[in-house]
Design a protein around this ligand. Structure first.
Ligand code: NAP
Length: 461
């Protein structure tokens, strides 16, 4: 069974509901799409509308009546009308007494009103049983049948029986109802479709900021500096060389930022001596988007691999090799093989290849279809142990790439170190702190704290 749907009611659709009459208020896009799908699923649909004239857009097996007439024909009424028009329901309060009113509405902004639309509906028609449902499904998906990505329907309401009836309809339409509890959950359900990649915002903004910073940093060092001091035009570096510097730098920094919040959380827990106090909000949010940070890091690492593959066919690289060879020939010189350099170069490539392989493995195991098939321990092993190994390999790849150039004054331009040196700061901090935390004098109390032990229980919140 899908872990995410643990609260899905596993009951089969109530077949006795077939040919049940369902009323839909509103013949707009959503009302029509839902009505069409319901007729396909065997329901009898009555529309309640301001105009009782049928049109070619309305499903042909449906009736169109006035709101009052339509409401009398069904026990369930779906309100496919925007919240701002709900007050037309007040004069119908008597007819709607005891009926199940399904609120499908969405808002334009998160927390647009003080109370949810479903709660507002319940206040307007106190005698009705209000259920929130179907707002996460779009009219287009219902009509075109492309419901694969949006099969889940969050349902909430205070009346269990009413909620059950709505969940039966959802199942009959081929949807997966998820019981979210009482009507208090309606606000959250209404906010859900308005969120725009909530977990991706921080990783994407951070990578854009870092990309801009490193782009200008490399531009100053690698293009402007040689132009000013040597009158050399290296502006073509913007196409491949600079992106191929930025990509590994961002991959490494973002990968380190996946593990930094865990290290900070460990320090906070050790300091407080308990795990029962909430982390600061910023740390909670950071921890929640670690997977997205890791996937963005993987994207940068993959780009680095692609950029590296084209190095041998670059005109500049071929020119540099041939001019060096010609210069040696003209001067009748030979260049003996430098075994140290060969070792450094091969080791740095090998570390990069292994690091990238583990990086891809981490990315694959974070996909829901894969992570659903491993248990919690296996998932933690891959994401934590292999994750740290990836970070070590990628940091070592960068360190060996630097080789003996780290301390060479010629590698500084306008006192600016090479960009990869900056990239090493966060990963080295993470690895050093993690290394310290592994010492038994810290690891043991931390493990005990994570198992529920508290140093000063009276101070925990
Ligand atoms: P729509 O195309 O604008 O239709 C709304 C309908 O409300 C109208 O066709 C009209 O039906 C009725 N109406 C308008 N003004 C009214 C008034 N003053 N008094 C009474 N009824 C009035 O909107 P929609 O896209 O179908 O959306 C309807 C509801 O479904 C909204 O709350 C929306 O948030 C929700 N929803 C929509 C989608 C979607 O993909 N469109 C998805 C999920 C949820 P009559 O002319 O028949 O009276």
């Amino acid at each position: 069974m899908n872990k995410n749907s643990s609260n899905t009611m596993a009951l089969a659709p109530n077949t006795s509901n077939k040919r049940q009459t369902v009323c839909i208020f509103g013949t707009g896009d959503f009302g029509r799409a839902l009505g069409h799908k319901m007729i396909q699923s065997g329901y009898h649909v009555v529309f309640g509308s301001r105009s009782t004239q049928t049109s070619s857009l309305i499903p042909k097996d449906a009736e169109v009546l006035s709101h009052a007439e339509a409401a009398q024909k069904a026990a369930i009424i779906i309100i496919a009308i925007q919240r701002q028009h709900y007050n037309f329901l007040t004069p119908l309060a008597e007819i709607l007494q005891g009926k199940v009113l399904v609120d499908v509405s969405n808002n334009l902004k998160i927390n647009q009103y003080p109370e949810s639309n479903a709660e507002y509906l319940a206040q307007l028609v106190p005698g009705a049983k209000v259920v929130k449902a179907f707002n996460t499904v779009s009219a287009w998906a219902l009509q075109s049948g492309t419901l694969d990505a949006s099969r889940q329907v969050f349902v909430c309401g205070d009346d269990m029986e009413a909620k059950q009836m709505v969940m039966d309809i959802a199942r009959a339409l081929g949807l997966t109802p998820l019981d979210r509890g009482s009507l208090l959950a309606a606000q959250e359900i209404e906010n859900y479709p308005l969120q725009l990649f909530p977990m991706w915002k921080f990783p994407i903004l951070l990578s854009l900021g870092l990309t801009a910073f490193f782009f200008f940093y490399c531009l100053i060092r690698d293009v402007i500096y040689p132009y000013v001091y040597e009158n050399k035009d290296f502006s073509f570096f913007i196409a491949i060389s600079i992106p191929n510097r930025i990509c590994p730098i961002l991959a490494l920094i973002l990968l380190a930022l996946v593990y930094l919040p865990g290290v900070l959380a460990a320090i906070i827990q050790l300091y407080r001596g308990t795990k029962y106090r909430r982390f600061p909000d910023w740390l909670d949010k950071w921890m929640l988007c670690r997977k997205q940070l890791g996937l963005v890091a993987l994207a940068f690492a993959s780009l680095h691999v692609l950029y590296t593959l084209v190095i041998p066919i670059r005109s500049f690289v071929r020119w540099r090799i041939s001019s060096r060879t010609i210069a040696l020939a003209l001067n009748n010189e030979t260049e003996p093989l430098n075994t140290t350099n060969a070792w450094l170069s091969d080791s740095y490539l090998a570390l990069g290849i292994l690091g990238f392989f583990l990086f891809v493995l981490l990315g694959i195991t974070s996909l829901p279809s894969v992570s659903n098939n491993v248990n919690w321990r296996e998932f933690r092993f891959v994401q934590s142990k292999l994750g740290y190994l990836t970070l070590i390999l990628c940091t070592a790849h960068t360190l060996v790439y630097g080789g003996n150039r780290f301390l060479s004054p010629s590698s500084y331009r306008w006192y600016l170190p090479n960009a990869y040196m900056l990239a090493l700061i966060v990963p080295c901090i993470v690895l050093v702190v993690k290394f310290v935390l592994v010492f038994p004098c810290l690891d043991k109390p931390l493990t005990q704290i994570r198992q529920g032990w508290e140093r000063n229980p009276q101070y925990s919140e």
